[in-house]
Design a protein around this ligand. Structure first.
Ligand SMILES: Cc1cc2nc3c(=O)[nH]c(=O)nc-3n(C[C@H](O)[C@H](O)[C@H](O)COP(=O)(O)O)c2cc1C
Length: 242
């Protein structure tokens, strides 16, 4: 606390999270990095645990899409929610590239298949899994890399991969939970994002990744072809209280 109120002290660990401003019950605290004027009051009650539980359990990875791509507005709405996800040290700064050109998406899937072939030839730990994917993709013509999605969203970050990748995962969690509320379906594109995170140059070139940026995640997005009638079951909860 300085003479004129709170001061941000980055040497002592302030990360401009704005929690001090958000918690003050009388709005007495302000902070130039997270101004009071930009913090909207919390007015909405939390959903009941029952509603929250059902909502979270209903989310599914959508792998069958209608051919039409989502609009700019819909994707922007989804990503606008994703930017409220937690980020390491409040680093934020995720940058998204949206691709809806069919031929470019096909070229991306092909490039990822080439990368997988290199990985198989190098005998990496994913070798056997990638062999199965490649057989389906190359020999049976099944697009299990991009799932014929009409839209791919790439998350890019300037931070070290490890922080950027974790931030992207959090960002996808928000996007994936929000998407169905505006009629969209999503699935994390694990093969594509692994290829991007590995820094495979042909993929970076194809997407024209700006200098100093890294691909830290990829999400498939589209209008779901099917409506889910049932919720998934999972392995039993395993927890040790010590
Ligand atoms: C890191 C990660 C990578 C994933 N990659 C893919 C993928 O490449 N293709 C795919 O169809 N699903 C992918 N998924 C979705 C999972 O297969 C899915 O979450 C899981 O089967 C459970 O199904 P649900 O999400 O519908 O509940 C991925 C999920 C995660 C968390």
């Amino acid at each position: 606390m300085g003479e004129n109120g709170p001061e941000c002290n980055f040497d002592r660990g302030c990360m401009s999270c704005g929690q001090c401003v958000a918690i003050c019950p009388v709005g007495a605290l302000d902070n130039k990095y997270t101004p009071l004027a930009e913090q909207r009051p919390v007015t909405m009650p939390l959903p009941t645990p029952e509603v929250a539980y059902e909502f979270l359990r209903m989310r599914r990875s959508v792998r069958n899409f209608k051919p039409q791509a989502p609009t700019d507005e819909e994707i922007t709405r989804m990503l606008d929610v994703a930017r409220y996800a937690p980020t390491a040290g409040n680093s934020q700064g995720m940058y998204y590239i949206v691709i809806r050109d069919k031929e470019q998406i096909r070229a991306i899937a092909d490039t990822v298949a080439n990368w997988m072939e290199n990985e198989v030839a190098a005998g990496t730990e994913n070798k056997r899994y990638f062999q199965v994917v490649l057989r389906a993709y190359r020999e049976r013509g099944q697009d299990i890399i991009a799932r014929n999605a009409p839209c791919l969203v790439f998350a890019l970050a300037r931070r070290l991969n490890i922080t950027g990748v974790s931030n992207a995962e959090q960002s996808w969690a928000y996007a994936e939970l929000f998407a169905p509320t505006i009629g969209l379906g999503t699935t994390i594109a694990g093969f594509i994002q692994s290829c991007g995170i590995a820094g495979y140059q042909p993929l970076l070139d194809l997407i024209a990744v700006p200098p100093k940026h890294k691909i830290v995640g990829t999400l498939m997005v589209g209008y779901p072809k099917y409506k889910y009638q049932r919720m998934p079951e999972r392995q039993h909860l395993k927890v040790d209280f010590r």
